[in-house]
Design a binder for this molecule. Structure first.
Ligand code: 4AZ
Length: 263
């Protein structure tokens, strides 16, 4: 969620949408602020070859956060995506859809209820640290789960990583029905701390490329590395100062700091 809005997570139930893009830097051109300049729609072949592990979390049918399939019946997401719901809302009104790159397309879609869920007990809604939750689905998906990065030294600063989601294509915008992805460069935690002043801890990865970013509605979704063959999950979309604001990296939960398969 945004730094500004993270204390107001209930807004998530109304706003939605999110991601990439976000716009040209205000300082460069106020008139084009927040127009999409980054990211691309995930084509059918990119989806089936690489991005099928992305999940859409829905509350009463409306997309509100992303997630990633990490086992046949487990979806990793952000703690802040679930934190403001009651247990009853999570079990009775949240569904998880896999298998389609388009929101609202029945073709290929596999939709599950939440059988159980676990929010990291250390999650702190004030700082957004330990922003990790695991959902156990009501059944098994047939989609191949994403492999998890376990190396604390990867991805290295400067490396290219990929994020994807149905989030807003502009800061404050709506959910986007077509899945989008973008590439961003890893920023060291030291440099990310310089950007934010405080609030970055070892369990974060930051990533920044001018003009493109994850955004509202992408939260909970994946940050991946690509080895030329497959995507490996390295992060969870967590928060940032707005979306694609110049000088402010997107902040992600660092998967290698957690063991989500045994949460
Ligand atoms: C959000 O509000 C959000 N630019 C997620 C990611 C980022 C910003 C906001 C990173 O869910």
């Amino acid at each position: 969620m945004t730094k500004k809005s993270k204390f107001f997570a209930t807004l998530l139930l109304t706003g939605w949408p999110i991601m990439f893009s976000c716009g040209a830097p205000k300082s460069d051109d106020a008139a084009s602020d927040l127009k999409i300049v980054g990211g691309s729609t995930v084509s059918a072949s990119l989806y089936s070859n690489y991005f099928q592990s992305i999940a859409s979390l829905r509350y009463t049918g409306q997309h509100f956060c992303g997630g990633t399939l990490i086992a046949a019946n487990k979806v990793l997401t952000a703690a802040h995506c679930l934190h403001d719901f009651t247990a009853s809302e999570i079990k009775n009104q949240i569904t998880v859809t896999l298998g389609s790159s388009r929101l609202n397309s029945a073709s290929g879609a596999q939709t599950f209820n939440v059988a159980s869920y676990k929010i990291d007990s250390r999650y702190d809604p004030t700082t957004t640290q330990y922003d990790v939750a695991v959902i156990t689905l009501s059944g098994n998906s047939t989609i191949p789960p994403a492999p998890l990065n376990t190396s604390p030294s990867l991805p290295a600063a400067g490396g290219t990583v990929y994020t994807a989601g149905w989030g807003s294509t502009s800061e404050g915008g709506d959910v986007n029905t077509a899945l989008k992805y973008t590439s961003v460069a890893v920023v060291s935690n030291a440099d990310c701390t310089k950007a934010y002043g405080s609030g970055i801890y070892a369990g974060n990865i930051c990533a920044y490329t001018k003009g493109t970013d994850s955004c509202q509605g992408d939260s909970g979704g994946p940050l991946y590395t690509y080895d030329g063959k497959k995507l490996t999950l390295v992060g969870i979309v967590s928060w940032g100062q707005g979306c694609a604001e110049p000088g402010f990296p997107g902040v992600y939960t660092r998967i290698s700091s957690f063991n989500p398969l045994s949460m």
